[in-house]
Design a protein around this ligand. Structure first.
Ligand code: ADP
Length: 509
C-alpha cells in the first residue's frame, strides 16, 4: 500500500469532507477492519479514527464474524485473501446475519469476475491494494452517504407511520391498481373492519361503500394535467352503537415526476358532531328569530300609533326620537325575518312546492318593482332582452327572493348615476340569470366570504350602508336547493356581476 503524506492538500480536503459526513449522521460510525496484514489494519485504524470513526480490528475471518455477532458494525472493511476462512465466506455469512452492514472488500487482485461475484454476494464497494488514504476516505465517505440515505428513508417512513397511525382521521391509500398500500387504524375502525391490516388487498374487498369506490376511481382516472380534490359526505353505521355517523371524504390522486397517477389518498373525517351542532344552532336561531319577530312587530305597530298622533300630539323632538326607534326596530324585524328564512331554507322547509317558472317574466316583474328605488338614487336599472323565453322548475317565492336580493344589493352598493343591468341566457342544460352593476365592487380578498352568513365588507364606502350580511347567504341556500350555482366576478371600484345558473326545466329542453 502506498500511503500518501497526510499533509497533502487534496488529502486534507478529502479528510475534511469525510469528517463533515461523519458529523452529519447522528451516531459515530462503527467500522471493523478484517485483514491479516497488520500494516493495513493499523493504517486503516489510524486514518479512520482521525476522521471520527470508532474503529475495531480483526486479523482473521472467524474473529471478525464473532465480533460482528457481538456488536453491530456499520461498515466492514474485509480482505478477500486471508488464511483460514476466506473473505468470500465471511462476506456471505455477514450478509446472511446482518444485512444492514455495509461491506467494502479489500482485494489484491481485483478482476472483473471477482468484482461481479462479491457484488452479487452483497458487497457495497471495492478497494484494491495498494490504495491511498484518499481512496480509503472516498470509499468510506460513499458508504456513510449510503447509510445516511437509508437512515433518512427509514426515519421518514417511521415518522409517517407514527403520524398516520395516530391521526383521528381515517387515511386510505390505494395504488393505481386499486390495491391498498396504507390503511390506518382510524380508517379500519370507521368502516368497521375487523382486520388489523388491509395492506395488499383489493380496495373493493375491504370497502363496500359504492360512493367511496367511485371517488377512488375518479381520482385515479384524473388526467395528468388536471388536479381536483373529490369531496363528498357519506353516512356509515357504527358497528358498536349502531348509530349513524356522517363522514366527510376527500380523495386526491398522487403522481410521479411525469405526472402519471400512482394512486389515490382518501381521507375520512367524522363530522357527525359538527353537523349536529350546526343543526342545533339553526334550530336555536330559528327559535329565537321566531320569538323575537312577533313582539318586535307589535312594538312597531304601537310606535306607529304614537307617531301618527293617535295617542296625543308629539313635539318635533319626540317625533324625531320615535322615528329613529321605529327605524331601528324595522331593521331588527328584518333581521329576524331573514334569520327565519335562512333557517327554514337550511332545514328544507321552504321550496317544497315547485312549478315551472318563466324567468323572462319574473325578471321583468322584479326590475319593474325596483325601478322606483333605483330612480330615487338616479341609478339606471334596466332589463336586457333575453334570447328566448326561459323556464326553470322552482319555487316562485324563492326565485323571486333571489332576484330581489341581487337587485336590491346592486342598488344599495351602487352610487348614484350608476347602471344596473339584469338579463338571462342559456348554455347547455342551464339558464343563467345575470345581475351586473357599476357600483363599489367587492375587494378581491372578500370575494370568497360574501356568501357566508353575517359577512359584510367593512370599509369607508360601505360604512353607511345598512345590512344584515344574510342576503347572499339566503340567495346561495336557495340556489343550491334548486341544484344551481352562484358566481361573482367583480372589480373594486368598477362594479360586480352576479351569475345564478339553474337547471333548465326538463319539459322545455
Ligand atoms: P348585506 O345585508 O350586508 O347586503 P349580503 O349577504 O347581501 O348582506 O351581502 C354581503 C356583502 O357582500 C355586503 O355586505 C357587501 O359588502 C357585498 N355585496 C353584496 N352585493 C354587492 C354588490 N352588488 N356590490 C358590491 N358589494 C356587494
Amino acid at each position: 500500500m502506498s500511503e500518501l503524506p497526510s499533509s497533502d492538500e487534496k488529502s486534507t480536503a478529502d479528510g475534511f469532507a469525510l469528517q463533515q459526513k461523519v458529523k452529519d449522521i447522528f451516531f459515530q460510525p462503527r467500522v471493523l477492519v478484517v485483514d491479516d496484514e497488520e500494516r493495513i489494519r493499523k493504517v486503516c485504524h489510524r486514518l479512520l479514527t482521525q476522521e471520527g470513526c470508532d474503529v475495531a480490528m480483526a486479523d482473521n475471518g472467524i474473529k471478525g464474524l464473532k465480533m460482528i455477532d457481538e456488536t453491530h458494525f456499520d461498515i466492514v472493511l474485509l480482505d478477500l485473501m486471508m488464511p483460514g476462512m476466506s473473505g468470500m465466506d465471511v462476506l456471505t455469512r455477514i450478509k446472511a446475519r446482518h444485512p444492514d452492514t455495509v461491506i467494502i472488500v479489500i482485494t489484491g487482485y481485483a478482476t472483473l469476475e471477482h468484482s461481479i461475484e462479491t457484488m452479487k454476494k452483497g458487497a457495497f464497494d471495492f478497494l484494491s491494494k495498494p490504495f491511498s488514504p484518499q481512496e480509503l476516505r472516498m470509499v468510506i465517505s460513499k458508504a456513510i452517504e449510503f447509510i445516511r440515505t437509508l437512515q433518512d428513508i427509514s426515519s421518514e417512513k417511521s415518522r409517517m407511520r407514527v403520524m398516520v397511525n395516530t391521526l383521528r382521521e381515517g387515511v386510505l391509500t390505494t395504488d393505481h391498481q386499486k390495491r391498498i398500500v396504507l390503511a390506518n387504524p382510524a380508517f379500519l375502525k370507521m368502516i368497521g373492519s375487523a382486520r388489523r391490516s388491509a395492506i395488499g388487498q383489493d380496495v373493493r374487498v375491504v370497502v363496500d361503500h359504492q360512493r367511496v369506490l367511485e371517488m377512488i376511481d375518479q381520482a385515479i382516472e384524473q388526467p395528468g394535467d388536471q388536479f381536483a380534490e373529490i369531496t363528498d359526505e357519506i353516512t356509515l353505521t357504527d358497528d358498536h352503537d349502531q348509530e349513524e355517523r356522517i363522514i366527510g371524504i376527500r380523495c386526491i390522486p398522487f403522481r410521479d415526476r411525469l405526472n402519471r397517477n400512482l394512486g389515490a389518498v382518501t381521507v375520512f373525517h367524522d363530522i357527525t358532531t359538527l353537523k349536529k351542532m350546526d343543526q342545533l344552532k339553526s334550530d336555536f336561531v330559528s327559535m329565537v328569530a321566531h320569538e323575537i319577530k312577533s313582539p318586535l312587530n307589535s312594538i312597531l305597530m304601537q310606535l306607529k300609533v304614537v307617531l301618527d298622533g293617535l295617542a296625543g300630539e308629539l313635539t318635533k323632538k319626540q317625533t324625531e326620537i320615535l322615528s329613529r326607534s321605529a327605524d331601528k326596530i324595522t331593521s331588527l324585524a328584518d333581521l329576524a325575518a331573514e334569520l327565519l328564512d335562512l333557517s327554514k331554507i337550511e332545514s328544507g322547509l321552504i321550496n317544497q312546492e315547485r312549478e315551472e317558472l318563466n324567468l323572462t317574466n319574473l325578471i321583468a316583474e322584479q326590475v319593474q318593482f325596483y325601478k322606483g328605488q333605483a330612480d330615487a338614487k338616479s341609478i339606471h336599472l334596466s332589463k336586457k332582452s333575453c334570447p328566448d323565453e326561459m323556464f326553470v322548475m322552482g319555487n316562485r317565492t324563492n326565485i323571486e327572493e333571489v332576484l330581489a336580493n341581487l337587485i336590491s344589493n346592486a342598488i344599495r352598493y351602487t352610487p348614484s348615476s350608476g347602471k344596473i343591468t339584469v338579463w338571462c341566457d342559456k348554455n347547455e342544460d342551464f339558464v343563467n340569470i345575470h345581475v351586473a352593476d357599476t357600483g363599489l365592487g367587492i375587494p378581491e380578498e372578500y370575494k370568497a366570504q360574501i356568501f357566508d352568513r353575517f359577512f359584510r365588507v367593512k370599509n369607508e364606502k360601505t360604512r353607511y350602508i345598512n345590512g344584515t350580511g344574510l342576503g347572499l347567504a339566503i340567495v346561495k341556500s336557495i340556489v343550491e336547493s334548486h341544484n344551481g350555482t352562484i358566481q361573482v366576478t367583480s372589480q373594486e371600484g368598477q362594479g360586480s356581476h352576479f351569475t345564478v345558473s339553474l337547471p333548465i326545466s326538463q319539459y322545455k329542453i
